[in-house]
Design a binder for this molecule. Structure first.
Ligand code: ACO
Ligand code: LMR
Length: 264
C-alpha cells in the first residue's frame, strides 16, 4: 500500500495547492464572484463555515466601530511614540497592538466567559458582581475611563440596536445590560463598554445562529477567539496613526518633565 510520510503540520482552514486558494473549502473565485465581504472571510478562516448575512454584517460592524478611538488611547499612543522614534510600519503597529489586553480592548473573551457562566448559572447581577468583587476581579466588559451614565458609548448603542433588530434572541446582551444597571448603581463610569457589548452579543450570535454546537461554543469561548475582533479592527487605526505621524514628519517624542511627579 501507499506509505505516507508523517507530516509536521496539520492545517484545516485554507489550501493553496490547487488552481486557486480556498478558504475553508470555498474557492477564491466564488468569494469574489458571490460578493463575499470581509465578515464572510473572517467566518471562513476563523469559524470554518459560512455564517448567515446578519452574522457577517455584525462582524463587519464590530470591525468598523473598533477601528479607532482617537490618538489618546493606549494603543494609538504607543504607535504614535514608536512612529515618532523613526520605526517602521510593522514596529509601530505591533507596539500599539501590544497594549491590547485585560484593561484595553482585550477584555472581550473574558467578558464572554464570565457573562456566559453567570447567565447560564442564573446568577442575579447582584450575585455575579458581588461574587467577582469577593474574588478581587474587576468585571470584564464593565467600566470606562471617559464614558459614563451620562456620556454613553455610542458604539455600544449601535451594536445593541443592530442585534435587537437582527438577532433571533439577545439573552446574553440583556443579561449584560442588567449587570450594567447594577454596576451603574455603584458608580457612574461602570457602564457596559464596547468589549462587554461585543462579548455578550457574540454569545448571542453563536447561540442564535444555529450554526454551532454547544461544545463548539464552549471551545470558542475557552480558546478565546473574540479579542481577535478588536486586534483586527484596531490594526486599521494603528496603521492610520503610523502614516499620520510620518506624513506630519513628527520629531522624536519626549514626555515633558512637568507631567511627571518625581518623588521618592
Ligand atoms: N468591575 C468592578 N469594579 C470596577 C470595574 C469593573 N470592571 N472597573 C472599575 N471598577 C471600580 C473599582 O472599585 C475600582 O477600584 P479598584 O482600583 O480598587 O479596583 C474603581 O472602580 C475605580 O476604577 P478606576 O481604576 O478609576 O477605573 P479606570 O477608569 O481606571 O478603569 C477600566 C477603566 C480599566 C476600563 C476598568 O473599568 C476595567 O478594568 N474594566 C474591566 C476591563 C475592561 O472591560 N476593559 C475594556 C475597556 S473598553 C476598551 O478598552 C475598548
Ligand atoms: C477604545 O476603543 O480605545 C476605548 O474604548 C478606550 C478609551 O479609553 O477610549
Amino acid at each position: 500500500g501507499k506509505v505516507r510520510a508523517p507530516t509536521h503540520i496539520i492545517s484545516t482552514i485554507s489550501d493553496d495547492r490547487g488552481e486557486e486558494p480556498c478558504y475553508a473549502g470555498v474557492p477564491m473565485s466564488s468569494i469574489i464572484e458571490q460578493g463575499y465581504g470581509v465578515g464572510d472571510v473572517i467566518s471562513l478562516l476563523w469559524f470554518k463555515r459560512s455564517l448567515p448575512r446578519y452574522c457577517t454584517k455584525f462582524i463587519e460592524i464590530c470591525i468598523m466601530l473598533c477601528a479607532d478611538h482617537g490618538p489618546c488611547v493606549s494603543g494609538a499612543h504607543n504607535t504614535i511614540v514608536t512612529a515618532r522614534a523613526g520605526k517602521d510600519l510593522v514596529s509601530s503597529l505591533v507596539s500599539g497592538l501590544l497594549t491590547i489586553g485585560p484593561r484595553f480592548g482585550g477584555a472581550i473573551d473574558d467578558a464572554a466567559r464570565y457573562f456566559k457562566d453567570a447567565c447560564d448559572r442564573n446568577l442575579t447581577p447582584y450575585e455575579f458582581v458581588e461574587g467577582m468583587k469577593k474574588k478581587g476581579i474587576r468585571v470584564p466588559g464593565i467600566g470606562h475611563r471617559i464614558k459614563s451614565r451620562d456620556n454613553r458609548d455610542k458604539r455600544v448603542e449601535l451594536l445593541q440596536k443592530f442585534a435587537r433588530s437582527n438577532f433571533p434572541a439577545v439573552k446574553y446582551m440583556e443579561y449584560a445590560v442588567q449587570v450594567e444597571t447594577y454596576t451603574l448603581s455603584k458608580a457612574n463610569n461602570l457602564v457596559l463598554n464596547v468589549d462587554g457589548a461585543i462579548g455578550s452579543l457574540f454569545l448571542d450570535l453563536l447561540a442564535g445562529s444555529g450554526m454551532f454546537t454547544k461544545q463548539e461554543i464552549d471551545e470558542i469561548v475557552q480558546i478565546g477567539y473574540l479579542n481577535g475582533l478588536f486586534v483586527l479592527a484596531r490594526s486599521i487605526g494603528l496603521i492610520g496613526h503610523t502614516f499620520d505621524q510620518k506624513r506630519l514628519k513628527q520629531p522624536l517624542y519626549r514626555h515633558p518633565w512637568e507631567d511627571v511627579l518625581y518623588t521618592k
